[in-house]
Structures are given as C-alpha cells and as structure tokens.
Design a protein around this ligand. Structure first.
Ligand SMILES: N=c1c2ncn([C@@H]3O[C@H](COP(=O)(O)OP(=O)(O)OP(=O)(O)O)[C@@H](O)[C@H]3O)c2ncn1[C@@H]1O[C@H](COP(=O)(O)O)[C@@H](O)[C@H]1O
Length: 134
C-alpha cells in the first residue's frame, strides 16, 4: 500500500502546477490548505457514514478519495510519505503491535532503544497513550 501512496504522492506533486481548469489537484493547490482540509474532512465523514451503513464498496471508494485528499494535504504541508512511515515504525518499535490486553497494573516497559532486529513485545494498550504523550 505504501508504494501506491508514494506513487500517488508523486503524481500529486506533478499535478500541482497544472492548469486548475483541468486538474483537480492544481485547483486544490490554488485554493489552499483550508480547502484541502475541508475536502479531507468531508471524505473522512463519507467513509464513516458508509461504514456505519455497512456499504463496504462505498467505504473502499471513499477511502481512496480520503487517501488522495490526504496526500494533497501532505504535499501542501511539506510532509512526505516516508516521514509518516518513519513515525509509524518508531511507534511500532516502541510499543509493538499492541493488542487489547486485560487491564493490568503491569509496569510500563522502558522506551525502546534505537530500532532493533526483534520487534518489541506486545504491550498493554492502556499504556500506549501515556507513552505517546511523552
Ligand atoms: N487519485 C486521485 C483522486 N482520487 C479522488 N479524486 C477526486 O476527488 C474527488 C473526491 O470525491 P468528491 O465527492 O469529494 O468530489 P466531487 O463529488 O467531485 O465534489 P467536489 O470535490 O468537486 O466538491 C473525486 O470525484 C475525484 O475527482 C482524485 N483526483 C485525482 N487523483 C489522482 O491525482 C493525480 C492528479 O490528477 P488531477 O488532479 O486530475 O490532475 C492523478 O494521478 C489522479 O489519478
């Protein structure tokens, strides 16, 4: 999936300077971050509504629109896909792929040392938000 998003991101960058009359992306850049943010929020709501209605096909379609509008906003904000992948990897290394474990008073594991070959053990979800805030 990250390959698709990276290809889309490059296509969005390439379309930024096209004619807004024929390119939606160029038009979004012309109208600026607030319009991009509005479109992204609209798409997120459309995904939510379709999911609540159980319309799986619509969720797929609207998710593609959501990801498109997200990459446009990334480009406008100077965020690259690899910046996001790096943050996701940092969290995975630190927190592991958390599962909903029974509430426990387990001690929070120390913050991960730099990326290691073995992934960190699964940790309690309730500890994740505390650690993310630090
Ligand atoms: N991946 C997309 C892509 N996904 C969704 N969309 C557009 O985003 C819209 C999102 O749905 P909406 O219902 O919000 O749009 P709408 O119903 O037309 O309503 P408005 O947004 O006009 O108000 C879709 O109608 C598509 O036109 C996209 N437009 C462009 N791309 C890609 O972006 C690149 C640049 O394309 P251009 O913008 O056409 O130059 C190309 O690689 C394209 O494939």
């Amino acid at each position: 999936m990250s390959d698709s998003l990276e290809r889309l991101y490059l296509a969005v960058l390439a379309a930024r300077d096209l004619d807004p009359a024929t390119s939606r992306t160029a038009r979004l850049f012309q109208r600026g971050p607030s319009k991009m943010a509005k479109k992204l929020a609209e798409e997120a709501i459309e995904v939510v509504i379709d999911a609540v209605n159980g319309d799986t096909d619509a969720v797929v379609r609207e998710s593609a629109d959501l990801l498109y509008n997200l990459t446009v906003l990334w480009a406008s904000a100077g965020v690259r896909p690899e910046d996001v992948w790096r943050e996701m990897t940092r969290r995975e290394d630190m927190l592991g792929i958390a599962e909903k474990l029974p509430k426990s008073t387990m001690k929070l594991p120390k913050v991960a040392s730099p990326r290691v070959a073995a992934r960190r053990p699964i940790v309690a979800l309730e500890g994740r938000s505390a650690r993310k805030r630090h």
